[in-house]
Design a protein around this ligand. Structure first.
Ligand SMILES: [Zn+2]
Length: 188
């Protein structure tokens, strides 16, 4: 378990032998998983595992480093659910929906967001705009995808030999990505 107890959708949070799924979690084959971004609460009195959605609000500022999950990918942009801010244990609330414009995703020229980010990717980003809507960038070396699961078999992806994308050790599916320089080494 990490300091902040921040968990992401699909993350394993408990065994069904010990805890039943409740708010913000679901059970499958005896394992309890998070169904939303939030703070994990293991309630020993009631033997339930809950994931509490972020609140109260925690104000973000331009330049803040944030963590989130890609929620959608479109032609010219991606959207992300922002789950936390670096260095702050309390999770975020309020407007935690952010957009990434295609020009703010990677250093090189990109006309296809799908070559950089995919739905479900865990990312580290930097806040560039607060109002009227939250915008983030993943352009720097330390920004981008920090963890990803194979879209075909759900295995955790590893960095490809060339270093420019991801590779599934299970089904050998390869796919390009804008990776953070510490992909696969980030603790949650
Ligand atoms: Zn796979």
């Amino acid at each position: 378990m990490t300091d902040s107890n921040l968990v992401f959708p699909g993350q394993e949070v408990a065994s069904e032998e010990e805890y039943l799924a409740a708010e913000g979690t679901f059970a499958e084959d005896g394992v309890v998983y998070a169904s939303q971004v939030g703070e994990l609460v293991l309630d020993d009195d009631n033997c339930v595992a809950k994931v509490i959605s972020p609140n109260p609000p925690n104000v973000l500022a331009v330049g803040d480093i944030v963590y989130g999950v890609i929620s959608d990918v479109r032609n010219t942009m991606a959207t992300a659910d922002i789950a936390g801010k670096e260095g702050v244990e309390r999770t975020l609330g309020g407007d935690t929906y952010a957009t990434l414009h295609v020009s703010k995703i990677s250093q090189g020229y990109t006309d296809n967001v799908e070559n950089e980010l995919r739905k479900g990717d865990y990312i580290r980003g930097k806040v560039t705009v607060i109002k009227p809507a939250l915008q983030i960038t993943t352009k720097d070396d330390h920004l981008g995808v920090i963890k990803s699961y194979c879209s075909k078999c759900k295995t955790e992806m590893v960095i490809s030999k060339k270093g420019d994308g991801l590779f599934c050790p299970e089904c050998r599916y390869a796919t390009p990505r804008k990776l953070a320089d510490d992909y696969g080494n980030v603790k949650f």
